[in-house]
Design a protein around this ligand. Sequence first.
Ligand code: SAM
Length: 287
Amino acid sequence: MSDALQALLERLERIRALEAPDRLRERIEALDRLDALMPMDGEPALVRRGQALQARLEAANAAQYQAIRHAIRRGQGRAALQGWWRAGAAGEAACRSADAYDWLDELVGGVLPFEVPGEVGALAPEMVLYQPTPARQVFGLLDRLALDEADVLVDLGSGLGHVPLLTAICTRARGVGVEIEPAYVAGARRCAQDLQLANACFVQGDARDADFSTGSVFYLYTPFTGAILRSVLDALRREASRRAFRVCSFGPCTAALAAEPWLACDDAPAGGRVAVFHVPAPPSAQP
Ligand SMILES: C[S@@+](CC[C@H](N)C(=O)[O-])C[C@H]1O[C@@H](n2cnc3c(N)ncnc32)[C@H](O)[C@@H]1O
């Protein structure tokens, strides 16, 4: 273990300008490797060297996250995240497992000041536990959706609000989260408030009772199954008889959406990324 740590330290210490802003990905990946190799009982001098490097890299990341937060508050979040967003969209298909996390999740977790104020309660049967959509999937989806200021993306079962928050930061659309767990809603609202995001909002409640009349895009990362999913899909189908919109899904619920006759898939639902379906405009809504 000590040999591997020594080799890693030598390699990282040789990289010039590792603390520069454009080296964020390398720093995140270096910190991961250091975490894995730093032995609890290793040679003290080597461990001290590793800890000093860790502290330098973490300080550089913290300064960069802070700078991105300032840019978001000035309304320049998209530009500040642009390069990372593109890398995320490109990595969408490249990652081994669709729901695996990577360095982009570290970046988003570092930038967004998430905290869960209070206890999280138990969920009823058919309600799926919180797990955020991997950031590269969110960036890849936003890239494909090409939202504009007329769009409203509604995340049904929004957890801590990654999807509506990144929508509000990276596009001109409005991001809305509907979430049953009050502590997650409070955390998402705090985050939006801290980042001064006027175009992100969070509603606490059951998705079955959501207001389906405003969304131009609905997003579901398998938030519920069985009768709850059926009830939400029925509500969306009723809405689809009045107007056109898109529905996006990630995870196992995609199979249920693909079986809905009133939804057309924009591209064959691939396991590796978020599926995008659209509802054709009803004849009454056509000019
Ligand atoms: C798999 S997580 C998805 C989180 C978020 N959409 C994302 O992709 O980052 C599912 C979320 O749905 C919420 N949930 C489960 N049943 C719900 C319901 N009936 N109404 C609203 N939210 C629900 C859970 O509390 C959890 O936060």
